[in-house]
Design a protein around this ligand. Sequence first.
Ligand code: CMP
Length: 139
Amino acid sequence: MTERTLVLIKPDAVARGYVGEILSRIERKGLTIAALDLRVASEEVAGSHYAEHAERPFYPSLLEFITSGPLVAAVLEGPRAIAAFRQLAGGTDPVDKALPGTIRGDFGLEAQQNLVHGSDSVESAEREIALWFPALSSI
Ligand code: CMP
């Protein structure tokens, strides 16, 4: 079934020059890039995006990190796009969880600066696409 997912190439990945590498992995997997935008996230959008983590001890520093510089927001489309991107990304912790061969497993060391975000469910994808790309969400 064709799905959409919201992906962020986070400020650490942009600063380290991994945008091309990550987009290349997405394209090689066969996912379609339906929207793509380099921007600095506002505190409002970042806070809403990570609202489910508001009670976590790392929430303030997560918001500081995600708004610290340009990131790339994207909407990907394809069969099982949500799971397909999460497979490419690897587990949240780049050392404990992500396997070599994944984006986080190959390029990351820290749980917070883990290079990418991908929606974790159809409901999250709908909410996150509406937040980051309001003009796309009703199409
Ligand atoms: P993401 O997949 O975007 O979803 C929540 C984010 O919180 C996660 O990636 C990491 O950037 C961050 N995160 C998760 N766990 C931790 C942690 N233990 N310490 C710091 N940041 C974390």
